[in-house]
Ligand binder design. Sequence first.
Ligand code: 5GP
Ligand code: MN
Length: 323
Amino acid sequence: MINNTLASLLEQHDKWLITTHKGPDGDAIGSVVAWAEYARQNNKEYLILLADQPPSFLLPFLSDYHWEVYVPNTDYIYELIFALDYNAPQRVGEQMSNFIEHTSGVKIMIDHHPDPINFCQIMISDVDACSTTEVIYKTLDSLDKLGKINEAMAKGLYLGLVTDTGSFRYSSVSAFTHQMVAKLFLTGFKHELIHQAVFDNNSISRLQLRGFALSQKLKLFPQYGIGLISLSRGELQQFDYQKGDTEGLVNEILSIKGYTIGIFLMEIEDGVKLSFRSKGERYVNEFAKIYFNGGGHKNAAGGFYADSLSSVLTRLEGLLNKL
Ligand code: 5GP
Ligand code: MN
């Protein structure tokens, strides 16, 4: 049923606005790029509207497409609004969420985060999918449009898979994921270039920031199998912090033998942003939701707390027994 409705919406409407969450990661950008390519193939007038500036390593993926960062009080008049890789309007930030909630366009969610909020007329939410790009692929399959996947689209779809699965390591990866990769390979895109763009793009200061974090700022709680790293604004400035520089740092904690939860705290302008990662049956999303105004996946969640870094650390350490 949803497919017939979706198929006719896609056919009837020519003005597509493609959005994703604030602080876009590889899956967010891979998803918008793949969908923009699909829009382009179907001669749609599209715009990728981002809530904020993406990290520089993701910019090359956007270079062939129309995109901009949301400008408050602008009338973006589009017939279809795609909400890719997010499950609640708040995930695009306060100002853009107001626009998303009130726009007159038909909203279509394609996502894989648990507990989606019902803010779209069409909700394609597959919480078992390892990435939103996997959900996009399944959606194209159900529309009988897999034949539309070309090299450019494959790049975006693969980017989302690689980044959301830790290079095909997490339990969310399925036989289907690998079948999808096999299909993408047939388009002739160069997978090694995607890995290079994502992982071999360190600046010296980024590498040194990570070395500093691991050697000086890692605090271990062996009784809980939990490790945490915190970085203050001063420390970030010392290493010329650029957006994306701490991406994946929290995963290093999970590589320590016997440690199954990693937490990263980063001081930002108005508080502290937290990232949680876990392995196996230890889940972090409920904890992030209850205590740190956040949420996410069972094994990868985030949150925010408006207080000083030292207060948030004290609060967090007092709560570790709840994890
Ligand atoms: P990251 O640690 O990479 O910022 O976020 C990991 C995952 O946690 C994201 O994919 C997203 O699902 C979720 N997440 C991060 N921050 C928030 C937040 O503030 N609210 C909610 N609901 N989810 C978040
Ligand atoms: Mn994702």
